[in-house]
Design a protein. Structure first.
Length: 256
């Protein structure tokens, strides 16, 4: 996400509400309207489905109304008692609905962040979606890959000798029984699994903090205990430099 906007106005409204008067008040000289897509898919709509007449659609969430990020929309459910997060969670638990859930919402990663005065954070939707997808993913064996290790081995040679380090750490200290080597090992502790493990731990920390404020709304940490067990022997990404050179491939199959 880009840097937070310093000063902005939020229009608080509900789905299918007419906000034309508010728009005229905030934009007396008019504003640039974007045509809505015919397919009505969340990742294509603009300003939560706002029509030319100033009437909202049946989308909820937050979005910017202008290109300068001075006015934001926050659309809530028309029925206050609707627990949309619980509905989202139930869909994730359904093997059928889970396959379509990614088409029901969109996150504009490149847009400026819109803070909420009441502390509301829609990140929980992404966290839950990731955890349930990961839970399904680990039903298959974890992918393996070649992992490079550099060690000062005792009484054995493995892989390639690191001449400089071997001379400095061993020969100069009269440790002729040791060999400083770099070797590869086919292991589940590969970069792909480390990325997932790191994202999992960050997600669980976010979920734990969320449950402290509202312990009845989200699944507890124990719900994803199987994931924790599966990744127990996997390391984490401790330095962002480990991700240098990583490229995504939409055609790649993670597990086989």
């Amino acid at each position: 996400m880009s840097d937070q906007t310093e000063s902005y106005t939020v229009i608080q409204c509900v789905e299918h509400q007419d906000i034309s008067d508010k728009i005229r008040e905030l934009f007396p000289n008019g504003f640039s309207y974007q045509e809505q897509p015919k397919d009505s898919m969340p990742h294509n709509i603009w300003a939560l489905g706002l029509s030319k007449e100033g009437c909202l659609n049946y989308y909820i969430g937050v979005d910017w109304l202008d290109e300068k990020n001075t006015v934001a929309l926050r659309v809530s459910p028309k029925i206050c008692s609707i627990d949309y997060l619980k509905m989202f969670q139930v869909c994730l638990e359904s093997p059928v609905a889970r396959n379509y859930i990614s088409k029901t919402y969109d996150v504009k990663i490149d847009a400026a962040y819109i803070p909420q005065d009441d502390g509301a954070d829609f990140s929980i939707i992404l966290i839950l979606h990731f955890l349930y997808v990961l839970e399904e993913l680990i039903r298959k064996p974890l992918r393996k890959g070649y992992v490079s290790y550099t060690e000062n081995l005792s009484a054995k040679l493995k892989g390639k000798i690191q001449i400089g380090s071997h001379i400095k750490k061993n020969l100069m200290n009269l440790r002729t029984d040791r060999m400083y080597c770099t070797y590869q090992q086919f292991s589940t502790d590969c970069l792909e699994n480390r990325i997932l493990k790191t994202a999992f731990e960050e997600s669980m920390q976010f979920l734990a903090e969320w449950n402290q404020n509202d312990p009845t709304s989200m699944p507890g940490i124990f719900h994803f205990e199987r994931i924790a067990t599966t990744f127990s022997e996997i390391g984490i990404i401790s330095n962002l430099r480990e991700l240098q050179g990583v490229k995504s491939n939409s055609m790649a199959v993670f597990n086989k």
